[in-house]
Design a protein around this ligand. Structure first.
Ligand code: MG
Length: 211
């Protein structure tokens, strides 16, 4: 089942210490927010297209929350009640462009760079204390992270993002990726799994350019 295209995708950078360190970054004092365009969203089974502008496209497996109620400046204690549920997200990133450019809009905004799904599972059906995310490429595990290792937890992230912008039903917050990010090449199949939520599986292909 495809997920409706969100109005916006709010992402959090460097929210696991291990991942911040692997890219040579310090852990931020506050959540580091950026946006991915809604046009980057694809569903389970759709193809991630490697653009010719990048020589290094990487997977970032993430736990995503989907907003269920319109909120602004929601207190942390009420943040989880505003969620429709949890799903899998792959924050696909052109790492070479990200390193070269101060703004990450291009590096993280190409079409197909936001696989999302396969379904939204309500919070009450998820064991939040055991929440974890895994990434496999061609069946080999590359990433495994536990939500309790996040620098800022789900409720804190929702509350923080809602201080800046109104969050509307269907909006998505991607909560950051654990260590182990790595390259994707044409012919790969990448999977993001959240046990109890589902597996988001996407093939990878090079962009075919029409003359
Ligand atoms: Mg990310």
């Amino acid at each position: 089942m495809a997920i409706a295209r969100p109005g916006k995708i709010v992402c959090v950078g460097r929210n696991y210490r291990e991942h911040a360190v692997e890219l040579g970054n310090v852990v931020p004092q506050e959540p580091l927010l950026f946006l991915k365009p809604s046009t980057a969203v694809i569903g389970d089974g759709d193809t991630i297209v490697l653009p010719p502008e990048s020589a290094r496209v990487e997977h970032e497996a993430e736990i995503a929350v989907v907003i269920g109620k319109r909120i602004r400046r929601v207190p942390e204690a009420q943040a989880l009640a505003a969620l429709a549920g949890i799903t899998c997200l792959n924050d696909v990133t052109a790492r070479d462009l990200q390193r070269r450019e101060e703004q990450w809009t291009r590096a993280k905004g190409f079409d197909t760079f936001c696989p999302l799904g396969p379904r939204v599972v309500p919070l009450e059906q998820v064991r939040l204390a055991e929440l974890e995310v895994r990434c496999r490429v061609n069946g080999i595990e590359r990433q495994r992270g536990h939500a309790h290792d996040m620098v800022f937890g789900l409720a804190a992230l929702v509350a923080f993002a809602s201080q800046a912008m109104t969050l509307e039903p269907g909006d998505v917050i991607a909560t950051g990726t654990p260590g182990g990010v790595g390259p994707l090449t044409a012919g790969d199949v990448v999977e993001v799994e959240i046990p109890g939520v589902g597996v988001l599986r996407n093939p990878v292909a090079a962009e075919s350019r029409k003359a």
